[in-house]
Design a protein around this ligand. Sequence first.
Ligand code: SF4
Length: 233
Amino acid sequence: MLIGGFMKQSFIDFPQTLSSIIFTNGCNLNCWYCHNRQLINGNSQENYSIDKIYEFLESRKNFIEGVVISGGEPTIQPDLESVIDKIKSLNLKVKLDTNGTNPKVLKHLMTTNKIDYVAMDIKNSLKNYDKIICLNIDQDKIKNLIDNIKESVEILLNQDVIDYEFRTTFSPDISLEDIEEIGKLIKGANRFYLQKYNPVSNHTLTIPHTLTDFENAIKIMKNYVPNSNIRGF
Ligand code: SF4
């Protein structure tokens, strides 16, 4: 596994679970506001050994309760499953952060009980996804990507074994109409978080939505997902 970062402990990234976080190196999207940009192309200068991370987890397994595997995009790592197996052998829970572009991997990990919690990004309404993900690929490939994201949403919605959340970073180019569309897409979900956008310094879209905008968006989302909340304000 290519690893671009490791956080020894976090109280906030895995619900009710004191966790360590592995940041995988490499992503198949290119969100313009990405703050893990050094991880997108697998170009992080950091180089973490998975064996050293196992050693750390082994030494803290009576203290740490779980591991978040985040990104980049973890599902593009070919050895994701074997890393999860090793973590589970230490009796630790696993949370997967994913952009949802790899439904087959997601489904496999869920149906084989390898993961305990999933946080899936919804970048925008499906019709405006390309505004965020900035991939220079043809429309057929974008459509394929969107179909995969829809499939991942359905996988999560149509089960009640694994706990999960959907989350959207409320960047300035997402409108309330987009929020309504996201609500329709994930109707009936366990929970949804609307996350604060942290401005990107050299980008033209630097003015974040106000708290009132967030409150109006949450009001809309609650029609579809009653357990919708703001994160980051
Ligand atoms: S999916 Fe996440 S890691 Fe990948 S480009 Fe978007 S924000 Fe960055």
